[in-house]
Design a protein around this ligand. Structure first.
Ligand code: ADP
Ligand code: MG
Length: 401
């Protein structure tokens, strides 16, 4: 029996990451209680190995792998993975108006965990630095020898389910109750996960009583969270709640910094081009810069206008009508629905203003747009199929380069 899991694991690594395979050749690998223990004495390497296994292998087996330092392996004791990536630090975070408060609170938290702001709840739109700040807090605390666990809410949930299935939930609890800093990302994903919420609530209380630091990030304010128990939400709100945004000045600074990091020339026209081709998300900036690096300036297209057109086009194709019909005045059910969806999606994915959208749909004023968007929001909440269609279209639009 022994060794079969190790072989499966090594084959998995072989197919996914050759560098890791080369590293593994020099490491002690053991199998105990159905788990694979990798001994990595060097802490830097340990982190690297752990990250690759967690992020890149994408196989349930990867979760059975425990990376330990020498001593711990002797005891065959489970060491909670930190979930941290060294890539995110305070030093490489560009600070500006929209994220200054979030940055300062994060820094204070990392210097005085468990005392100043507990819990710290950070919220804001996607791709603007929430994960980066959580990770930066974690890295700073880990450097000082504190025990850190960073998890997205869904990772935390999956991990819990696994322990429950194996009848080892008390082990799970014991481990998490040991941490000094608990960082839970994307807490909106706890929505509807009742058991996870109960577990997190208890863990929260336990850590809080012991003055351990808790940091949470979400795409919305705690009050806007859906299907999360009131008592948990009230815990989330019990410390400091900070919104993070991205203003244009900071965005320019980030563009410049990212160009420098990639050793690309920082020219005004290039910065402008990137500004025009991206919305309010740092992730988009990074994508644009990569596109630019690969394909030159011609590869980037100015955004808003073409984007609205793309949305109209995509929705029209989905409904089997023409873009002209969407822009026209027909009140037929299908056309009106497509038009509504298109307006809603424009607002969601292009970052265009209501007035711009109204104009792009040849409407006189933007109240029609507001009305239509509200209607779709309601439909989406109430009707699964609508939600499904919109999710599909959103994905299609986002995947477009
Ligand atoms: P979120 O969690 O809010 O969706 P992330 O933290 O994952 O966003 O940020 C997306 C990308 O943008 C990451 O690569 C992150 O390092 C980078 N980023 C975000 N904000 C900044 C910033 N202020 N300075 C430098 N890089 C940033
Ligand atoms: Mg994130």
């Amino acid at each position: 029996m022994g060794g079969t899991r190790i072989n499966t694991f090594l084959n998995l690594v072989k197919s996914k990451d050759r560098t890791l395979l080369r590293i593994l050749k020099h490491l002690k690998i053991a199998e105990r209680d159905g788990r694979i223990f990798l001994t990595v004495p060097d802490p830097d390497k340990r982190e690297y190995v752990e990250n690759i296994i967690r992020r890149k292998l994408g196989d349930p087996l990867a979760k059975e792998v425990v990376v330990v330092s020498e001593e711990k392996c002797e005891e065959a004791k489970y060491e909670l993975p930190t979930g941290l990536s060294r890539r995110f630090t305070f030093d490489n975070f560009v600070v500006g108006e929209g994220n200054k408060l979030a940055y300062e609170v994060a820094l204070t938290v990392s210097e005085n965990p468990g005392s100043a702001y507990n819990p710290f709840f950070l919220y804001g739109k996607v791709g603007i630095g929430k994960t980066h700040l959580l990770q930066a807090i974690g890295n700073r605390c880990a450097e000082r020898g504190l025990k850190v666990a960073y998890r997205t809410a869904s990772d935390f949930s999956e991990e819990m389910v696994r322990y429950i299935k194996e009848g080892r939930i008390s082990e799970f609890r014991d481990m998490y109750r040991e941490v000094d800093v608990l960082l839970i990302d994307d807490v909106q994903l706890l929505s509807g996960k009742e058991r996870t919420q109960i577990e997190l609530f208890n863990l929260f209380n336990h850590l809080y009583m012991k003055d351990r630091q808790i940091v949470l990030a979400s795409d919305r304010h705690p009050k806007e969270l859906k299907d999360i128990s009131d008592r948990l939400v009230s815990r989330f709100e019990g410390g400091v709640v900070v919104e993070i945004t991205l203003d244009d000045m900071t965005k320019i600074e980030i563009v410049k910094r990212k160009l420098q990091e990639l050793r690309l020339t920082v020219q005004e026209n290039i910065v402008r081009l990137i500004m025009e081709s991206t919305g309010p998300s740092v992730r988009e900036i990074e994508g644009a810069i990569k596109t630019l690096k690969l394909g030159g300036c011609g590869a980037l297209k100015p955004r808003t206008k073409t984007d609205i057109e793309t949305v109209q086009e995509t929705v029209a194709i989905y409904f089997g009508i023409s873009r002209e019909e969407i822009l026209g005045n027909s009140r037929s059910g299908k056309v009106a629905r497509a038009r509504r969806f298109a307006m809603y999606l424009c607002r969601k994915v292009t970052g265009a203003s209501l007035i711009e959208i109204a104009r792009a749909f040849r409407r006189k004023d933007h109240t029609t747009v507001i009305h239509n968007i509200r209607k779709v929001e309601e439909e989406r909440r109430k009707d699964r199929k609508t939600d499904y269609i919109l999710t599909f279209l959103e994905k299609q639009l986002k995947d477009r380069v």
